[in-house]
Design a protein around this ligand. Structure first.
Ligand code: DC
Length: 198
């Protein structure tokens, strides 16, 4: 079975939790594509060279989940040659036998426009910043400023900007418990994956 679930949206909207839950529920492989950009940003030096030489073990480097790593990822992600170097790996993962869930910013629009299910998961910047702050601590005002800065960069870049695919199912998690968001995502996947697997 070739079956791709593309989950896009801004930082801290709930994509990661939803993606892991969908992958587990339907037995699909999962790729958090943000980790590719985080690793490229963390390696340092020439980001294009880092992207071209990226190895699987780079995705488990320490510190990739920090706010700083997120900002560095967002900066290198605006470089077209970096994005180009990471396309093939993501496409192969998306169309692997057995099915896959990929979460990121451009999965439904650029990496896998043929994905069987496309979800766009979002929430207000304030709610997303609050959730991120609960994880990382520190000054919540600064976390909100970082979230807004990253949104502006990810949505405003010329190459593969963050936006919903035309045929994406929108899930706004602003006033939603994560369980309800997971249920909405699973319902969208069930509807496409066929009888007997949901
Ligand atoms: O999902 P995340 O917070 O781990 O992503 C970190 C950054 O990587 C994000 O701000 C923009 C970039 N990114 C991207 O440009 N395209 C993707 N598919 C995933 C992430």
């Amino acid at each position: 079975m070739i079956f791709t679930v593309a989950i896009d949206g801004p930082a801290a909207a709930g994509k990661g939790t939803i993606s892991r839950a969908v992958a587990e529920r339907f037995g699909l492989a999962h790729l958090d594509t943000g980790l590719l950009y985080r690793a490229v940003g963390a390696i340092g030096g020439d980001p294009v060279a880092a992207a071209r030489a990226l190895r699987p073990e780079d995705l488990s480097r320490d510190g990739l989940r920090s706010l700083e790593a997120g900002q560095a990822a967002s900066r290198v992600a605006a470089i077209s040659e970096v994005r180009a170097a990471l396309v093939e790996f993501q496409r192969r993962f998306a169309r692997r036998e057995g099915g896959a869930v990929l979460d990121g910013r451009d999965i439904g629009t650029v990496i896998c426009p043929e994905a069987e299910v496309k979800l766009y998961v979002t929430a207000s910047p304030e709610v997303r910043a609050h959730r991120r702050w609960l994880e990382v601590g520190g000054d919540e005002t600064r976390v909100l400023a970082e979230v807004k800065e990253r949104d502006a960069r990810d949505m405003g870049r010329a190459d593969a900007p963050l936006r919903p695919a035309e045929d994406a199912v929108l899930i706004d998690t602003t006033g939603m418990e994560i369980g309800a968001a997971v249920a909405a995502a699973c319902a969208a996947v069930s509807a496409r994956i066929g009888e007997g697997r949901g």
